[in-house]
Design a protein around this ligand. Structure first.
Ligand SMILES: [Mn+2]
Length: 319
């Protein structure tokens, strides 16, 4: 499959690289790294990295404005389904390639490379760029490492495999960079976010079965001077709490006129439920978008149910 993808990249003069809405470091870094690698390898090609950016991740690099091109190859990264692609003109592409590490949802590209065991799309690209002998430099390596570290939560998840570490090892060997230069922009955060995190810790409600939930209204978000995206991202700081198996942070998103719901789990599979609420994601890390607090409550009730099932199954297996 890598060879087929490489052949298409070689063939097209115009290449557009897109990824999912609600940009995150893996999506953005993979996009910018692939663009740079194509440009370094094929200096004559014209490559655009498109989609809405975010000030928060602007340190990773700049996106391009979409200009109408004809006869272009579209590469969609990190996006399992068509509706979440942050690019309106995909029907105009001459050829579409998907490279992704999310569980399969639907086929929308002529060529699809999916490895759901990879930590990140950046990891898939590390493998691809190395095997296909692309020219890359230290800044490409740093981008790929940023995305991998971010999606694997600093090598915390079980998706980190010997292959992950081998790739990282070779990249660090071949394109040495200072690790703290990646970590500082990725993890440095303002005090107001830490204070909001304290608020969540204080006010999160947990059920007897370990489903925890907090709703952050626009008033609360404003009170701490942060935004819905920052509030949602805090979910990752609530892992490894003994009494909590599944946890949900719901936050008002005035810009999109809906409620952003972030879900994490240490056992129960949550993405099937997220999909029912206009979302999706990984088995234990998903997101959804809903219109009302009643829908959030319904979603939590479903999570409560699967968590009880999960606990019951664990208990039966122990007997
Ligand atoms: Mn990803």
């Amino acid at each position: 499959m890598f060879k087929k993808i490489y052949k298409e990249i070689k063939k097209y003069q115009h290449i557009v690289i897109a990824r999912h809405v609600g940009v995150d470091p893996d999506a953005l870094a993979s996009q910018l790294a692939l663009k740079a690698a194509i440009e370094l390898t094929f200096p004559d090609k014209y490559v655009l990295a498109v989609g809405n950016g975010s000030v928060k991740f602007s340190y990773l690099g700049k996106l391009d404005k979409w200009e109408h091109l004809d006869q272009f190859l579209l590469i969609v990264l990190d996006t399992p389904d068509k509706k979440r692609i942050d690019f309106a003109d995909m029907d105009k592409a001459s050829c579409i390639i998907k490279m992704d590490h999310h569980p399969f949802i639907e086929a929308y590209a002529g060529l699809e490379y999916i490895d759901e065991h990879a930590t990140s799309t950046c990891e898939i690209l590390m493998d691809f760029l190395e095997k296909m002998k692309f020219v890359i430099d230290t800044s490409v390596a740093m981008l790929l490492y940023s995305g991998l570290v971010s999606d694997s939560n600093r090598f915390l998840f079980d998706s980190c495999s010997p292959k992950t570490f081998a790739l990282v090892s070779r990249y660090l060997q071949n394109y040495p960079f200072v690790l703290s230069e990646v970590y500082k922009p990725l993890y440095l955060r303002p005090l107001k976010e830490v204070r909001l995190e304290g608020y969540i810790a204080q006010n999160m409600k947990a059920s007897d079965h370990g489903v925890a939930f907090i709703y952050l209204s626009n008033d609360i978000i404003n009170q701490f001077g942060t935004d819905s995206a920052a509030a949602g991202n805090m979910i990752n700081h609530f892992n490894f709490i003994d009494e909590i198996l599944v946890w949900v942070v719901a936050s008002d998103d005035l810009k999109n006129h809906n409620i952003r719901v972030n879900i994490r789990s240490r056992g129960p599979i949550v993405n099937k439920i997220a999909e029912k609420y206009y979302g999706g994601g990984h088995a234990m890390a998903s997101g959804a978008r809903v219109g009302s607090i009643e829908e959030v409550e319904a979603l939590c009730a479903e999570l409560e149910e699967i968590t009880q099932d999960y606990i019951r199954r664990l208990e039966t297996n122990e007997d």
